[in-house]
Design a protein around this ligand. Sequence first.
Ligand SMILES: NC(=O)c1ccc[n+]([C@@H]2O[C@H](COP(=O)([O-])OP(=O)(O)OC[C@H]3O[C@@H](n4cnc5c(N)ncnc54)[C@H](OP(=O)(O)O)[C@@H]3O)[C@@H](O)[C@H]2O)c1
Length: 385
Amino acid sequence: MTRAYSISAEAVAAERARVNEDLAQVDVSRVIALDDLELREMGPTDVKLRILAVSAEHNIDHAALADTVNIAEIRGGKIFPGNSAVGEVIAVGADVTRFKVGDIALTHCNGEPDEYGYPITIWAYDKPDSIGWYGEEAVVGEWQLVSAPLDCGLNLWEIAALPLRAPTAYHLWRRALGIFRLKVGLEHLSRLNVLSFGGGVGELFLMLAKAEGHNAYFCSGSPERRKALEEMGIVGIDQKAYNRFASRDDVKGFSKECRTLTGGVGMHVVCDMLRGPVFAAGIAVSAREGVNVSAGWQLARSVEYNSAALSLKQITLDHTHYETVIGCSAATELYGTVFKPTIHHEIYSFADLPRCFQEMHENTQTGIPIVRVADDLPESVAAIS
Ligand SMILES: NC(=O)c1ccc[n+]([C@@H]2O[C@H](COP(=O)([O-])OP(=O)(O)OC[C@H]3O[C@@H](n4cnc5c(N)ncnc54)[C@H](OP(=O)(O)O)[C@@H]3O)[C@@H](O)[C@H]2O)c1
């Protein structure tokens, strides 16, 4: 038995009733609750982890609001969420080869790879029977673990920010670049203009672009997050100066700034994890042959576009989800050299995890939010915590 956070369909319904279905008033901290969880028996290919730290992920917001699907209800009334963790190996099954007791491991959340490795489902979300890692201990298959690069130069909290977001960004970037290169080869253009909107994934996407020598632009409403990226040479654009694209004039103003920044060319690659009003703004600033890539729908699931206009400009929309299993390992190689995440100034305690999620919901955090789960940390991470 371990302590782990759950989201129940009952709690979702109670909170929706409390706010008369006005989702803007939902308090996520009232929906996610500390629970008891019976861990499954260890099998021969399983690893038991003591969770050290986790990052808060936005899909919990969707689960608590039930604004896309009511995932707790679909999953039989309750989910144990959490698909990004750093843990200490405390037991291994007889057939486990890559880990031993005492090792530090990261989780990935590809719940069920299809024949080409792409996830059909996400672990601890829509993968049936999957149990997540917002708990004190977990039993996971060895295939779900990646060795933690403790010598990458990041501290433990920065490493904890990356297991879900870095593979997502890595996949988005290699897809977007591959598609652009299908249209425009290196002999024509080597340096691209790359734009992303706010959020941890978008920030990591721009770090990849910058590391490969491209011009990178970050359009965010958060001065702290813009400042952190500006220190890496990524140009900040204040999204609030354009009222988060509330009107066509706001989009026009943003387009004008992007044209000025890019010498009239526009953005060759746009990463938009948000949709909603952000989508139209991203399309408006696209260069000819541009690629607009997304793996998120934080503000809206549906988008509308003028197919003729996009055809004339040769613009491609691409939809990704999460990395392949081997791609997650490849993304981990870039921790510290390319991926230097901005983390929120407070490291939340395990007891404060619900508050962490409410503050994420309110969009008041200054970087990726991290929760410390274990009070006592192993010697192997003492130097980086
Ligand atoms: N498919 C996948 O595998 C995958 C993986 C990770 C995330 N996601 C999804 O991608 C989305 C972003 O996740 P994330 O982890 O990158 O984000 P995050 O670190 O949780 O940050 C959320 C961002 O949302 C932006 N935001 C909040 N309210 C906004 C509004 N009204 N208008 C415009 N921007 C707003 C904020 O940008 P500002 O800086 O402008 O305030 C904030 O930085 C989420 O929907 C998440 O579920 C998908």
